[in-house]
Design a protein around this ligand. Sequence first.
Ligand SMILES: Cc1cc2nc3c(=O)[nH]c(=O)nc-3n(C[C@H](O)[C@H](O)[C@H](O)COP(=O)(O)OP(=O)(O)OC[C@H]3O[C@@H](n4cnc5c(N)ncnc54)[C@H](O)[C@@H]3O)c2cc1C
Length: 467
Amino acid sequence: MSRGEVNVVGAGLAGPLLAILLARRGFSVTLYERRADPRHASADAGRSINLALAARGIFALEHAGLMSSVRPLMIPMRGRMVHEPGRPPVLLPYGQREDEVIYSVGRAALNRLLIDEAARQPGITLRFGEACAAVSPARDRLVLNVVHDDGPAAPGKVGAAAQAGAPGHAGMVREVSLAPTIATDGAGSALRASLAAQGLVAVREEPLDHDYKELAIPPAAGRHALDPNALHVWPRRGFMLIALPNTDGSFTATLFLPREGAPSFAALGGEGTVAAFFTREFPDARPLVPDLEQQFREHPQGHLGTVHAAPWHIGGRVLLLGDAAHAIVPFHGQGMNAAFEDCRVLDELIDRHENWESRFTAFEVERRPNADAIARMAVENYGEMREAVLEPSFLRQKEWALELERRFPDRFIPRYSMVMFHPEIPYAEALRRGAVQQEILAALEKRSAGSSRLDLDFAWGMIETGL
Ligand SMILES: Cc1cc2nc3c(=O)[nH]c(=O)nc-3n(C[C@H](O)[C@H](O)[C@H](O)COP(=O)(O)OP(=O)(O)OC[C@H]3O[C@@H](n4cnc5c(N)ncnc54)[C@H](O)[C@@H]3O)c2cc1C
């Protein structure tokens, strides 16, 4: 017997995972997605083609029993391969144990897999081509625009939408009961905007003044053109290029660059300017993108930013989750990981609380400090990736941090490792301990007077008092 209906709006990365977890707890879930079914349509053009999956995301996928299907999509990346002009690339390992790696995963393939798993799960009705247009907690209504004649993809049980007269036809507007409704409709969430328009949620967006553009690096002679087991970075202080491997032998490179100024996307408009910029700044990457000018012209220029919203829930009727609640900049590779962690945390709260209001309240209490912490660390990591990795003192301190972890594994885990490899340590705790670590490393730096000598006794004294 069903424990009740739940609507999930948005079948991107978090939506299908959440739907699976809720259906396994006995709820009847209707999952709405404005796009056509990606299992039948061509992959999203212009979205980031691959993402870094790390321990928090993996833990959540394991929790849902999905890791054996996801694993074939994953390419391990054991560190940052830093490309400086005129020097051979250098690998900076992410961690120190065999399993301290992160994984490149194709977004479209992961999305299709999650939707496929959701379609197989009894208790889930998938409704593609239906865009949430508005939400009204006062009237208990979710308003949907039918944008494609896709209808329900899985003829499972009859969901709240079906009761309201589905299937719909393009142009139709339908209303269904909130049921409750969980918004996983991403960074530009329509549900969040609708709640904000009613004065129920306050939203503050912090746009980044750097945009991004993705470029494909095709395989060279049938193989990856660069070492596939690394995340490649071309740090240039004010901007950077990165590249993550794909399972088909290609890489997806992403240029992060200011919108205005010199250099900037605005300055790369004229004929030949893009090729000249790449030849000057990324001489080893330039030959890897033969159709650079064409790709640059055709691929969209994406915007980035952090979204702060409060509250995330309206009683027990509506909850924002994943990017809809807390979109962040991508420089720590944690947006999807945090969204998956949200799903796991909410799932674990279900049986600990009797009703949706107290589940949503507990979710927000637990997750908000962590979302704030990763938002901050993600912004900080942009500086680390495009600039700090060029500084000898930063590299020295990274090495010391790993050495301190080897010596004192119970007391010192570098902040990056806590975020990427330790899902048992909340983001907020990683941020707090990271600040103490920074003080210790700065003191060690002062003490070493520019040499690479690490004073372990002094370090231990500080660790004992500080951490
Ligand atoms: C350039 C870039 C690189 C990134 N790299 C990483 C990385 O390496 N690692 C990482 O962990 N994260 C990364 N992220 C972040 C990651 O993409 C997001 O955090 C993640 O996709 C959030 O999942 P979500 O389910 O909340 O939202 P999404 O995955 O965006 O899904 C939202 C879904 O809702 C649907 N939708 C939207 N509006 C409506 C509507 N009105 N009605 C119905 N459906 C709707 C959309 O079509 C979409 O399917 C990156 C992001 C960017 C931009």
